[in-house]
Design a protein around this ligand. Structure first.
Ligand SMILES: Cc1cc2nc3c(=O)[nH]c(=O)nc-3n(C[C@H](O)[C@H](O)[C@H](O)COP(=O)(O)O)c2cc1C
Length: 397
C-alpha cells in the first residue's frame, strides 16, 4: 500500500459501546486524505446513528444487504476499497470473521474483499480473555488480518483490563502506517525533539520556541516504516506518538545523558531537538529576588549531542537538522561538513518553529533536494524515505 491521499477505506462499525469513537476516527481519516465509506451492522445502529456517519463522511451508510439499489454492495464496495477497517470489532464479529460467516452486509463485504483487513477489537475484559475469543483472534492473525489493539484500561462497564479499543487518534496513525512501505522493519531509530529548558533559578529558565511537532512527526513516520522508535523529548505540549518509547527530559544535559544511554542500540539517529547552546553556569536553587542592581548571568556552552554521536567509533547513521534565520545553504553545508553527517535537513527558523507546515532542503553527498512546503507529517515521511534509502545504500556497500 502507498500514500494516504486518493486511498479509499471501508470503515466497518459493529455493535460495541466504543462505536462512538468511530465518528472521530472517520473524521481523522478524512483529514488525512482518505475517502471513507461506512458500513454498519444492525447492532451498531443501536449505538451510533447512520445519520451521524453519513454526515461526517458525505456518503450514505451501508447497513442492509437487502435494501441496496445497486444490488451487490458487498462486491462493489469491497472492490473499490484499499483497506477495510473494523472499529470497533465486537467479540461476535471477530468470531464471524474467523469462521468465514457472511450473514449480513458487513461480514459478506469482509469475506468478498481483495484488500487488507484491519480489526480493532473492543469488548469487556472477560469477553476478550475467553478462550473462544482468543482462538478466533489467533485465527485472524493466521489469516493475515492486522490486529490494532486492544489495550488495557478502565472499561465502559466499570471493570478494568484488556479489551479497550485504541483511541481514534491512535487508530488513525496505525491505519496510515498500513499504507507505508515497511523498509525500516527491525531497525532502531533514536530521535530527539522539542526545545530544552535551562534553569536560571527555581522558577525561571532559558528555552526556545520549538514546539516538537517536526520531531514527533518524524517519530510517527519512522514507526510507519516499521522501525522501533525511541523519542527523547524536551518539554512540549504534544501527546506522545503512538507506539514509540518516549523519554521525557528537560535540560540539554538530561537530553545528552538519555541519548548516551541509548545510542549504542540505534541504527539511525535523528537530531531534531532545538537544544539550547548555552546554560546558566550556576542556576540558583531559590527564586532570585528582584532588586535595582543589574543582574548578570554567566552562560556556559552545552554539550553538542549530534557532534558527540556522529564522532562515535561505531556511530549510527546520523541525520542532523539546521534551523537558520539567514544564509541557510551556507550554514547547513558547513554544519554537515564539520560534523561529517551523511544527511542534513535545513529549514528557515522563522518558517519552521512552532508552525504546522514547513519546507526543507536536504543536503547529502549527491547535493541538495528540496522538499516543498507542506504539513510536517508529509515532510517527515519524505525525509524518512530519503534517509532510509541512504542508510540502506550505506549498509549494502
Ligand atoms: C449496551 C451493550 C454494550 C455492548 N458492548 C459490547 C462491546 O463493547 N463489545 C462486544 O464485543 N459486544 C458488546 N455488546 C454485545 C454485542 O452488541 C452483541 O454481541 C451483538 O450481537 C453484536 O453484533 P454485531 O457483531 O453484528 O455488531 C454490547 C451489548 C450491549 C447491549
Amino acid at each position: 500500500m502507498d500514500q494516504a491521499h486518493t486511498k479509499h477505506i471501508v470503515l466497518g462499525i459493529t455493535g460495541g459501546i466504543a462505536a462512538y469513537k468511530a465518528a472521530e476516527l472517520a473524521r481523522l481519516l478524512i483529514k488525512q486524505g482518505f475517502t471513507v465509506q461506512v458500513a454498519m451492522t444492525e447492532a451498531a445502529t443501536h449505538f451510533i446513528t447512520p445519520a451521524t456517519m453519513q454526515a461526517l463522511t458525505g456518503h450514505p451508510v451501508l447497513t442492509n444487504q437487502w435494501q441496496d439499489d445497486k444490488g451487490m454492495a458487498h462486491i462493489q464496495s469491497s472492490r473499490v476499497a484499499n483497506a477495510i477497517v473494523i472499529a470497533p470489532a465486537t467479540a461476535d464479529f471477530i468470531a464471524k470473521l474467523a469462521n468465514g460467516l457472511a450473514d449480513d452486509l458487513l461480514s459478506t463485504l469482509c469475506l468478498a474483499r481483495n484488500c487488507p483487513l484491519l480489526v480493532a477489537p473492543a469488548m469487556n475484559q472477560q469477553m476478550w480473555a475467553n478462550a473462544a475469543t482468543q482462538r478466533n483472534v489467533q485465527q485472524l492473525i493466521a489469516d493475515g488480518v492486522t490486529l490494532l489493539g486492544p489495550v488495557s484500561g478502565v472499561q465502559a462497564c466499570g471493570e478494568e483490563g484488556m479489551g479497550r479499543m485504541l483511541e481514534a487518534g491512535q487508530l488513525a496513525q496505525d491505519i496510515a502506517a498500513a499504507f507505508q512501505p515497511k523498509i525500516l522493519t527491525g531497525r532502531k531509530v533514536l530521535i530527539t525533539a522539542g526545545p530544552t529548558y535551562e534553569a536560571i533559578d527555581a522558577v525561571r529558565g532559558i528555552t526556545n520556541r520549538s514546539s516538537g511537532k517536526m520531531g514527533y512527526a518524524i517519530a510517527q513516520a519512522a514507526r510507519e516504516l516499521g522501525a522501533k522508535v525511541t523519542l527523547v523529548s524536551g518539554p512540549t505540549a504534544l501527546a506522545h506518538p503512538h507506539g514509540a518509547q518516549v523519554v521525557d527530559v528537560t535540560s540539554a544535559a538530561e537530553m545528552f545523558e538519555a541519548v548516551k544511554q541509548r545510542v549504542s542500540d540505534a541504527d539511525i539517529f535523528i537530531a531534531v531537538a532545538a537544544v539550547a547552546d548555552y546554560r546558566v553556569a550556576q542556576a540558583s536553587e531559590q527564586k532570585i529576588k528582584k532588586c535595582d542592581a543589574k543582574l548578570t548571568l554567566e552562560l556556559i556552552p552545552n554539550p553538542d549531542i549530534l557532534a558527540y554521536v556522529a564522532a562515535l567509533p561505531d556511530a549510527p547513521f546520523c541525520v542532523g537538522f539546521a534551523a537558520e534565520s539567514e544564509n541557510l545553504r551556507e550554514y547547513a553545508e558547513q554544519k554537515r561538513r564539520t560534523k561529517k553527517l551523511p544527511l542534513l535537513a535545513a529549514n528557515l527558523a522563522q518558517h519552521a518553529i512552532g508552525a504546522d507546515d514547513n519546507e526543507l532542503i536536504l543536503f547529502d553527498d549527491t547535493g541538495e533536494h528540496r522538499l516543498p512546503r507542506t504539513d510536517k507529517l508529509t515532510l517527515a515521511r519524505a525525509l524518512l524515505l530519503h534517509a532510509a534509502m541512504l542508510y540502506r545504500k550505506g549498509k549494502s556497500k
